[in-house]
Structures are given as C-alpha cells and as structure tokens.
Design a protein around this ligand. Structure first.
Ligand SMILES: Nc1ncnc2c1ncn2[C@@H]1O[C@H](COP(=O)(O)OP(=O)(O)O)[C@@H](O)[C@H]1O
Ligand SMILES: [Mg+2]
Length: 244
C-alpha cells in the first residue's frame, strides 16, 4: 500500500482508487503539537471506537466512509475528497467557546446544540469561520452547507443518546466531511481525540484529561474504559456498504 499522508493521529494509505486505509498511531499530541507523547495502545482503542461508532451511525441511516475494521489499528474507508473544515457540535459550553464568550459558565447546557466551523489549517490554528465566509470562499455550496449542518446535528443526536444510555455525557464533538460523487459523506475519526465525553462523576474520558496533566498511560486507560462501558469488543468488523 502506498502511504499518501501522515498526520498527527493517523497514516493514510491508498488501497485502490476508491478505498483508503487509515492507520491510527499511538502518538498523543495536544496544544497544536506543543505537548506530545507516545501512548501504547491509543491507536488501537481509537480505531476500535471509530469503527464501532461509524457502523452505529451507518445502521441508523447516516452514510459514513467506514467499510471495515481489522481488529487492530486500521480501518478501511471510502476515499473522499475532504472538505477543509472542522465542524464542531456543542451540547455544553466548553473550551474555545468559553474563551470567546466568557458570559457562559463552563458546562452550561446549551438551549440547543451549536454547530460551528473552523477552517482546517495547522499554521493558522484552525480559525473559527462564519458560514458566510465558507460560501464566499467557495468551500461549500449553500445546499452542501445545509446538508452538513443537518448531518452534524443528526450525528450529534444519535451519539448523544447512545452515550446517554451508558451514563456518558457528550459535551462536544468534531466532525470532518468529504465529497463522493457530489454527495456529502462523514469521514475521518470518532474517538476520544475528537469529542469530549464525561463519565457519571464528571471525569473526562477524552483527551482533555491529558491536556490537564494526566499521563499518557492514564489517558489510554480512559480510552479503554470508553470501549468497556459501551461493550465494544476489539475484533474485526465489516459492514455492507454500497460504494457510491
Ligand atoms: N475517507 C477519507 N478520504 C480521504 N481523506 C480522509 C478520509 N478520512 C480522513 N481523511 C483525512 O486523512 C487525514 C487523517 O490524518 P490525521 O492524522 O487526522 O491528520 P491531521 O493531522 O491533518 O488532522 C486528515 O487529513 C483527514 O482529513
Ligand atoms: Mg486529524
């Protein structure tokens, strides 16, 4: 397989014209890469959780890029033309939202989920952008923008209620989308790196724990705990997928 790209969290390989392999690394980074560590098993747990959540979404009518999980640290996905945006859905006030709107108290439940967009750029540190900026820059058409907002809210609803059944609280969530055959498809990963998830006692099971000083080992233990709470087995899994 040809290595196409190596990012902070994953390696991307090309299997064929339509299918890529995402390999989840054990590298742990925070603060735009300023803090970094090796975290053995992190990649396996992130791949297993992503596979489980993508297949859950697929079986609930959200078309995702997920095809197959190898039971280790690789997932096969449909190749997408990625859109350079990070879409964040917030259920409770947290993180950069508190910095830009200090009147909100941390973990205040939002009246309704907020969907916000960041332009994906490491060197600009993923700046917040307006929907109008996205349209003006020609990144999305109006109808794609509408699709992304409604898909993001749907994904948030499905995942929030899944987690709630296991007494976990989804604070916020980062999504990436791509195009395939002019349709918008959910891509990238769904893991403790891309969402904030609190347990019953309000402890962070996600990467926030590491940002606040937890050791890499403690963080990986949290990621294992998420899988245990959701009853996810680390085993190969394949779903029936119509290739668009
Ligand atoms: N289905 C897909 N098709 C093509 N590219 C994808 C797909 N899913 C994710 N990607 C891209 O693969 C890369 C994953 O590597 P990652 O380590 O997360 O990179 P980064 O540091 O750029 O976020 C990202 O650039 C992401 O946008
Ligand atoms: Mg990434």
């Amino acid at each position: 397989m040809r290595l196409l790209y190596e990012g902070k969290a994953k390696r991307v390989y090309e299997l064929d014209r339509d299918v890529l392999v995402l390999e989840f690394k054990d590298e742990l980074t925070a603060f735009d890469g300023a803090k970094r560590d090796q975290a053995p098993m992190k990649g396996v747990y992130a791949a297993a959780l992503s596979a489980f959540l993508f297949s859950y979404l697929d079986s609930n009518g959200v078309y995702t890029h997920f095809i197959e999980y190898d039971g280790d640290r690789r997932i096969k996905v449909l190749r997408l033309e990625m859109i350079p945006l990070e879409v964040i859905v917030r259920n409770y006030a947290y993180g950069s939202q508190l910095r830009r709107m200090p009147l909100l108290r941390p973990l205040k439940k939002l009246e309704r989920p907020i969907v916000e967009f960041h332009y994906k750029s490491d060197e600009l540190r993923d700046p917040l952008v307006l929907p109008e900026d996205i349209l003006e820059a020609g990144i999305l058409t109006e109808s794609e923008l509408r699709d992304i907002v409604s898909l993001s809210l749907r994904v948030n609803e499905l995942l929030s209620s899944l987690f709630q059944k296991h007494n976990l609280r989804l604070i916020d969530l980062k999504l990436e989308f791509g195009r395939r055959d002019s349709k918008i498809v959910l891509g990238d990963e769904l893991s403790g790196d891309t969402m904030r998830l609190l347990d019953e006692e309000g402890r962070h099971l996600d990467k926030e724990a590491y940002r606040r000083g937890a050791s890499p080992t403690e963080l990986v233990e949290n990621y294992r705990k998420i899988l245990e709470i959701l009853n996810v087995k680390i085993a190969p899994m394949k779903i029936e997928k119509k290739v668009l």
